[in-house]
Design a binder for this molecule. Structure first.
Ligand code: NAD
Length: 416
């Protein structure tokens, strides 16, 4: 893996930059560069053909200064320890940026869900949960969905953890089905939050959404919901890609019909009325808004210079390397950094956790309204900080987040 593509080095570089501007205490800085705890597990799964296969899995808890740890679980063939640790660190900053009482965590299992049966995924999830059970819980560490995991995965985790506990524990995960104590609005929350921040940027730049176009990489939970909500704003979404390929229609895609197509076929590819486009081509399209909503490390020093979009809303975690950030800044691209742009998911996860703790349900209007307040406030704070310190939005977001985490750490002090 090249140095630029190593997510852990990337996460540390981003922290170092903020630490320098903040004048962060060197002891705290060193502490924050490392996760507090990482668990590595070998998940034994009986496959449908009777063989037993071992899958490597991890859970990284980065920081607990502000509360229990929180973060998604990713199933992906490229997931590895370095990535999981970086993602857990980004969760710490994200939770602090939107002022949630959580530290960051992340889990991952190296596997390829599109090639696995539902039964295999269920057995993998239950065994992984069993192995992690001493380390998770509503007051300890609360997983949620991420790439190739969803509400069903969370239901299996909740059920397994509850059986091991001897009573039902809905608050152990968020992003559950609504029937099991999930929050309405959680499925769309990350895409919705991302679109709230894009709307604020367009307002600030004086651009009418109805005169803009957009392209989206990744048409799963985040990408498809962001695309549909952008369409509602009047934005013309012209292209979308996923792991299998992509589609473009310069007159605009029917984003909801495309979502249904993905539900039926598993991919955006061959959506009627479109031409094919590659993931690489998508980034160089002449659009106003670009939403990376798949994997990390997709905007690098190799393609950042080709990006023509005015605004990038980072639905994905870690899509842009620090080298690419410099190029985008020089080219005047308005980047809404991941820890802000995709914070809507963890924000509604927090609402879900709160509802579980006091056994109550909010309606969707309330969830979306509270989410909008959180996202708009965080956007304004980042924007003000960027102006005040004359830094890019990512550094501004880090200045706010790292300072909040560091203050909590200093106030708690070091045990023993
Ligand atoms: P998902 O599994 O629902 O969708 C993932 C999408 O990415 C799919 O369209 C898949 O085909 C595509 N993809 C996978 N590998 C790819 C590749 N190599 N090239 C191109 N496309 C690829 O996942 P999601 O929950 O939508 O997550 C997408 C991103 O958003 C991730 O970076 C995740 O960490 C981030 N995120 C998710 C949430 C959430 O609430 N789900 C919250 C914050 C951030």
């Amino acid at each position: 893996m090249s140095e630029e593509a190593n997510p852990r080095l990337m996460a540390n570089k981003q922290l170092d930059l903020a630490a320098e501007v903040l004048g962060l205490d060197p002891n705290l800085h060193a502490f924050l560069r490392e996760p507090i705890m990482v668990v590595e597990v070998s998940v034994a799964v009986r496959l449908d053909d009777g063989r037993i296969r071992l899958f490597k899995g991890w859970r990284s808890q980065h920081n607990r200064f502000r509360g229990p740890t929180k973060g998604g679980i990713r199933y992906h063939p490229d997931t590895n320890l370095e990535e999981v640790v970086a993602l857990s660190m980004w969760m710490t900053w994200k939770c602090a940026l939107v002022n949630l009482p959580f530290g960051g965590a992340k889990g991952g299992v190296c596997c390829n869900p599109p090639e696995m049966s539902r039964g295999e995924l269920e057995r993998l999830t239950r065994r992984y949960t069993f192995l992690l059970s001493p380390f998770i819980g509503p007051e300890k560490d609360i997983p949620a969905p991420d790439v190739y995991t969803d509400a069903q995965t969370m239901a299996w985790i909740m059920d397994t953890f509850s059986i091991l506990s001897g009573y039902t524990v809905p608050g152990v995960v968020t992003g559950k089905p609504v029937d099991l104590g999930g929050s309405v609005g959680r499925v769309e929350a990350t895409g919705r939050g991302c679109v709230f921040t894009i709307r604020e940027v367009l307002k600030h730049l004086g651009i009418d959404p109805e005169k803009t176009t957009a392209a989206v990489q990744g048409y799963g939970n985040v990408g498809s919901n962001a695309a549909c909500l952008l369409t509602d704003l009047g934005v013309k979404v012209i292209a979308a890609t996923d792991v299998h390929g992509g589609v473009i229609n310069r007159d605009g895609l029917d984003t909801r019909a495309l979502k249904q197509h993905v539900g039926e076929t598993g991919s955006v590819v061959s959506f009627p009325g479109t031409s094919p486009i590659s993931n690489e081509e998508l980034f160089a399209l002449d659009v106003d808004i670009l939403i990376p909503a798949a994997m990390g490390n997709v905007i690098t020093s190799h393609n950042a210079g080709k990006i023509r979009a005015k605004v990038i809303g980072e639905g994905a975690n870690g899509p842009t390397t620090p080298e690419a950030d410099r190029i985008l800044r020089d080219n005047g691209v308005f980047v809404i950094p991941d820890i802000l742009a995709n914070a809507g998911g963890v924000t509604v996860s927090y609402f879900e956790w709160v509802q579980n703790l006091y056994n109550f349900h909010w309606d969707e209007k309330r969830v979306n309204h509270e989410l909008e307040k959180v996202m708009v406030q965080a956007f304004n704070e980042v924007h003000e900080m960027a102006k005040e310190k004359q830094v890019d939005n990512r550094t501004a977001a880090y200045l706010l987040a790292v300072d909040r985490v560091a203050r909590a750490g200093a106030e708690r002090g070091l045990f023993p």
